[in-house]
Design a protein. Sequence first.
Length: 548
Amino acid sequence: MHAKRADYTPVKASVKASLEAHPQAVVVLIALITASVVTSLLPPLVLKEVINSLTAGQAIPFTLAGLYLFLVVVADLFETAQNSAITIFGQKITHGLRSVLCAKLDRLPATYFTTHPAGRITSVFVNDGDTIDTLYSDGVVGMLADSFKLIGILFIIFHECPGLGILLVILTPFLFVLTRHFQRSTLSAQRDNRQAIGRVSNHVPETIRNIRMIHVLGKERYMEDRYDTYISESYTAVNRSNFYDGIYSPIIKTIQTAVVAVMMIAAVSGLELQSLFGLSVGSAVAVIAYVAKIFTPIENIGMELQNIQTAIAGLRHISEFLNEPELVPPAPARPVQEDAAIVFDDVTFGYVPDQPVLQHLSFTIAPGEHVFFLGRSGAGKSTIFRLLLGLYTPQGGSIRLFGRAPETITAREKRQLYGCVEQDFKPVVGTLREQITLFDAAITDTAVWEALRLARLEGVVRGLPKGLDTDMSLSLFSRGQLQLLSIARAIVLSPKVLLLDEITANVDSQTEQDVLQALAAAAEGRTVLSISHRLSTLMKDKRKIHLT
Ligand SMILES: Nc1ncnc2c1ncn2[C@@H]1O[C@H](COP(=O)(O)OP(=O)(O)OP(=O)(O)O)[C@@H](O)[C@H]1O
């Protein structure tokens, strides 16, 4: 069965946008690759002239010697500049793609996060993102530069000594296959070693963790044998890797020498071959230098191919992520005229098709009402909140929040419409002010202080030397105070609705009283939906909706 072909369109579009955004970088990169390839090919040609002058009994012209030195230095400089440009170029492309990935994350529906574990999503951003840099820097662009170099060398050799040119054109594919074989074998040995080392690393802590049980059950011998097996695997893999590494260079050197020897023998053979292999001493020296140079690009191309193969897997993951269906932007909808704050009308919903969590649920909540949702664990209490927040859409029935379907409410409106408080405070990196504003510059300090006042935290924050400018640290507050901070964050934009999900689940009874008092002030004039069995027993007069 064939794997489904990945659709790389969004990745291509991102790369194209990066290229179009940095046209100068592209021009500079092409110029540097060309300059690097050309200058690296020139020194042996100058050397040829130097040797020819010497063998003709002439003095070496000073300019020629100077030119040789100059070209060697310039070739090195261009190569360094080319490598830097490739790195910078790769990073620009990766930067562009990472931004596209981040923007995509914002547009994904909540259902995506239900079906994809956080670790996999992170890996798309971190590991797969890195492979894109490799793909360009150590893959495609590097391969292009090395291919030009290889073609240039073959071309010059062909020009200087057609016989050798033909020989090398025939030999190059063989050299390439040989190099790839060694690279693959070395990489596979290195991978085996890494895996074996990984097994050893797991085995040691596992043994320490279970040391008592090992002694009690007399499993020492078994654990030792396992350890020995892993160590032997690693030892064998390292030996394999060293063997391939060690043998490759001599084989290449032997081939190199054999090629030069064939050329020399043919050149002096006096046979017909001589017309193809005949060359001056200078050309011979130059050609030998080129033969030595030909192996580096072949080796590089092999590694670059390897890098491309590895990066393709990352590219596939990124493409799959970018092709995920997105949230449909809320359609501007007129609010339905009704007196209720919240209406659930015959709502049916399940995260997984055919496994409904809520079935035909109906209720109405009046503005300013405080309602508790009760029911066993898994009954769907938090799900009601998620539906109200527009994170999911019900499969049946309808939901209205002040006459509007939640999914039609824009992100900006949401914070003005509802505030949420959960079991634990979720800090953000920043100051205390930012814990409340969540980086919304439109929220004034006056509003922040008012929210803190209602949440009964004003005194604590005023007591800090830097007040709202204090850097957030969990050690600044007790558990209960952190919940008060959650309340301040939820009410800073004076939302009409408060959603409270087990807000006192993790606090002691004294702190619970503080939270309750803060809540009484914060809830004033608002519609409040709470999930908390404990609080519902404390607030007996409030309405309760039981879920079964
Ligand atoms: N993201 C999700 N993907 C799939 N199933 C989910 C998801 N979130 C919740 N569920 C399932 O939906 C059901 C209702 O979950 P929900 O969190 O609404 O229950 P709850 O009444 O709030 O329970 P608890 O009191 O334990 O928090 C549970 O069976 C739960 O396993």
